[in-house]
Design a protein around this ligand. Sequence first.
Ligand SMILES: Nc1ncnc2c1ncn2[C@@H]1O[C@H](COP(=O)(O)OP(=O)(O)OP(=O)(O)O)[C@@H](O)[C@H]1O
Length: 340
Amino acid sequence: MLRLDGVSVRFGAHEALADVDLAVAEHEIVCVLGPSGSGKSTLLRAVAGLQDTGAGRILLGGRDQAGVPAHKRGVGLMFQDHQLFPQRDVAGNVAFGLRMHGVSRSEQDARVRELLDLVGLPGAGRRAVASLSGGEQQRVALARALAPRPRLLMLDEPLGQLDRSLRERLVVELRELFGELGTTVLAVTHDQGEAFALADRVVVMRDGRIAQSGTPLDVWQRPADEFVARFLGFDNVVPATVSGEVADTAWGKVPVPAGSAQGTGCVLVRPAGVRLVTADEGLACTVAGRTFRGTHVAVHLQPDEPSAPRLEAACSLRDAPDAGDAVGVAFDAADVVVLG
Ligand SMILES: Nc1ncnc2c1ncn2[C@@H]1O[C@H](COP(=O)(O)OP(=O)(O)OP(=O)(O)O)[C@@H](O)[C@H]1O
């Protein structure tokens, strides 16, 4: 459906996209994830035809899009601030793209009704946009983007401004809706929870380049490198020298899974793999603090060897030690990843 071959975009000396290759299959939902400034919006704008590229090719349905203006690309766009037209009512907003395509009035009305049903706003056509809640406005923006049946729907921080519980609900609805409609989606977000819940495939960007691409499970289980691991919120990362099934680290010897890359690099220990044992066993640590995380407690551990970095362990609410307690730490190889 979509292919980018070596696409680059420069703003003066700054390379916002650097030689990006990316393919999106029909019906696939791909979420581009990355910190602020990593080039996510620039990528969407380039595909939409709103941003000139300095190098590379963008193909939609096998056709090179060089010189094809935005309105002829057949892509739907929904931006962060959803940019609804305040002077038009809900129906006027949803019908916008249809009017642009010269669709008859009666067809417009039917399609608007169908889409408002689809996004859970039946009968809202005559309401003023200003009278809608943030979540309802988001649904109108989505209906508007879907109305012309785009071959590719692109979403830029689609749920960015909504509160957390609404985002969590909408993301499930969106995934179901795209599945039913068979929509091909390229979405951009800096929220990993949103990306992981929505996507068939996650693409992590760093400084205009793709740092990793894979299913949410792949990326979560095997972050490609330290940048991706830290971006996903894993802080138990330490330099290591791996030999066989053991890594030599500032935390002592850490067991690694069979088949791990050998030599110098970094290891990540997921908090679930940091097991607390009695103070006279394993790596001697003191509990520096605890953070309540709802389903578990994150226990922050300072190794007694001051040059060793802190560690985080995930403990059940019942078993979490108190700040100041002396504990020992053992590592489970199943939750250790050798990073590239
Ligand atoms: N029109 C422009 N002129 C100059 N620099 C730009 C322009 N648009 C983007 N940039 C720069 O290119 C880089 C990538 O920007 P982009 O908006 O694609 O990042 P992003 O990953 O979408 O960030 P955010 O999550 O903050 O929206 C940034 O350093 C940005 O400052």
